[in-house]
Design a protein around this ligand. Structure first.
Ligand code: SF4
Length: 292
């Protein structure tokens, strides 16, 4: 019987990267050449990477078209002034995000980029969890401090618009923080045709998997976790299982596993036309329940 590592290697080798990148939000940061533009485009693309790709992609396209009119993400955000530039974004709507969320986000990022070439120092910490918690605390504090500049009145983070709060989940709240961990994967994993490898001061070994419904479901099928909630602890549990296969790069298979679900190939049920050809079928409990 093939080992789990062997079947995941088969899945990875059989994933059409260029086809899947076109359907992945990493496509947006990858369309820029300047690292500072890539970093900010990655953060914005990751923040909107919830729900259906075909619904958030047009909104991202519009956000980046607006930023590009002012020189690209870095130039536009470093010089962002809500009263001068904010109106261009106020019509944006995606699920519970509204234009004002982008206006406040760009203002907050502008503040954290003052005298800094990158956002990476914000995330420094002994573990991803600690670095991320600290970064979120600081971003939340800055957002309250600059709310008034964006026409908002809030004495605490929880008084800010719901859509903006959704940009800044914290592991301290138990959230799996899928979009943060996706952003960190793009920043930290070496360039492999998918990830960007911009933050070389961080180690890929420390990353935590961006846990979404696809990773949670297929992770359970493969026995990577027995936990049923999509929480931070479950993300750490799946990562710990993957770390046993590759201690230096536990997120090596994340893109391929996620896209098995995103592409619609794996829908969580046994499919006679799909499962027997799936590289994971020897390890998948769904497939084996049918065989048994
Ligand atoms: S064997 Fe079927 S259910 Fe299992 S991971 Fe593959 S496609 Fe999904």
């Amino acid at each position: 019987m093939h080992s789990l590592k062997a079947v995941l290697d088969l899945l990875l080798a059989g994933t059409d990267r260029s086809l899947r990148i076109a359907a992945d939000p990493v496509h947006f940061p990858r369309s820029y050449s300047k690292p500072a533009d890539q970093e900010l485009a990655a953060l914005i693309a990751a923040f909107l990477a919830y729900g259906r790709v075909d619904l958030f992609r047009p909104v991202l396209r519009e956000v980046f078209a607006l930023l590009d009119r002012r020189g690209g993400p870095e130039d536009a955000i470093r010089s962002f002034q809500p009263e001068l530039h904010g109106d261009a974004y106020r019509h944006l709507v995606y699920r519970w995000n509204r234009g004002v969320d982008f206006v406040l986000l760009f203002t907050v990022l502008r503040e954290h980029l003052r005298d800094q070439p990158s956002l990476s120092p914000l995330f420094a910490g002994p573990t991803v969890r600690q670095g991320l918690s600290r970064a979120v605390d600081r971003l939340r504090a800055t957002s309250v401090k600059h709310a008034k500049e964006c026409g908002l009145s809030a004495a605490s983070f929880r008084e800010l618009p719901r859509g903006f709060q959704y940009f800044l989940p914290s592991p301290d709240d138990g959230s799996a923080c899928k979009r943060w961990n996706l952003f960190l994967r793009w920043m930290v994993r070496p360039t492999d045709g998918i990830d960007l490898g911009l933050w070389k001061e961080f180690s890929p070994a420390q990353l935590v998997i961006p846990l979404d419904t696809h990773i949670g479901r297929i992770g359970r099928f493969l026995g990577l976790t027995t936990r049923n909630t999509d929480s931070w602890d479950t993300a750490e549990d799946i990562t710990a299982s993957l770390r046993k296969l590759d201690p230096s790069d536990p997120l090596r298979y994340d893109f391929a596993i996620a896209h098995l679900g995103i592409s619609g190939a794996c829908n969580g049920k046994f499919q006679a036309a799909v499962c027997p050809k799936c590289p994971l079928e020897r390890w998948c409990v769904v497939r084996n329940r049918q065989v048994g």
